[in-house]
Write a protein that binds this ligand. Sequence first.
Ligand code: NCD
Length: 353
Amino acid sequence: MRHLIDVTDLTIEELDFLMETAIDIDEHSEKYAHKMDGKILAALFFEPSTRTRLSFEAAFIKLGGNVIGFDNSVASSTAKGESLTDTIKTVSTYADIIAMRHFLEGAAFAGALNSNCPVINAGDGGHCHPTQTLADILTIKRETGRLNNLTIGICGDLKYGRAVHSLINALARYKNNKFILISPPELKLCDAYVKQVFDENGINYEFCRSIEESVNNLDILYMTRIQRERFDDLSMYERLKNSFELNCDMIKNAKPTMRILHPLPRVTEINTNVDNDPRAAYFKQVKNGMLMRMALMLFLFKQRDINNDFDIADTSKKCINPKCVVNAERSVKNYQKDINGKEACAYCEKEFN
Ligand code: NCD
């Protein structure tokens, strides 16, 4: 059975195939209207969401399927103390496919290990958000015609932004992309991640403090929200929340072919005046996200019989990340995996010390 936990679970060829399918769905929706007749998607959102949950639900309904689920863990048996693994074992006997969002890092992987049906990670804490990346890459491909030879500015909360982490994991695999990482020092991409993704693969990147310094060279400007819910210290959030506000003036001399993306929701990081600029592509991303989720769910159904063993091993080592599912859910077993020759937690992927 295939799951989608991170975007690296899909090969470049599979990403290309999903994009082709999504475009075909856009152009010939009638061909796909009954593909999921009689099937059930369980949308399990343990953490708030507007776009992602409704996008999954709309995607599955447009394929002819039905949807069950919850949009808030208070309304589920989690509130009675049920473990995540029991919830997933139960739901996966009702449903044919699960899309789940959780506030703990590695929760979707823990779900997949206990599921009788494919699990899609719709966001696990500050870790990954692969289906947002599917929306992003289709948008970039449609808007610029390519996914390589791009200078990509990523601005905002690079520390906690799960959409950022998955986007980098995808775009770093395409040839000759250069990354400009724009954030306050407190919200920089974590060092281990920079080493793992950029340094060890010889990928070009720069750190930068302001949008103005780099915007004129960019092909893509990916703006993100400062992730209030992930801060341990809210006074730090208050200090950093207004770090960036993109306005029309700042993009006056940027390339006419540049595209501005944002996974949404936005707070103040893009002034609404920018919405009318032809380079603003964030509402196109929303539609592309639904198309890619349709393509993904069709793909995972076709792949159900493929044996997709995870490359993990039992371990007695303890993950030190307090936001990891293994430290918050008593039913989740300790597993490790190898990341670039180093032992790491199989859930949140943080290296063991
Ligand atoms: C993103 C998320 O949930 O990580 N939103 C989304 O899914 N479209 C980004 C965010 O919340 O800032």
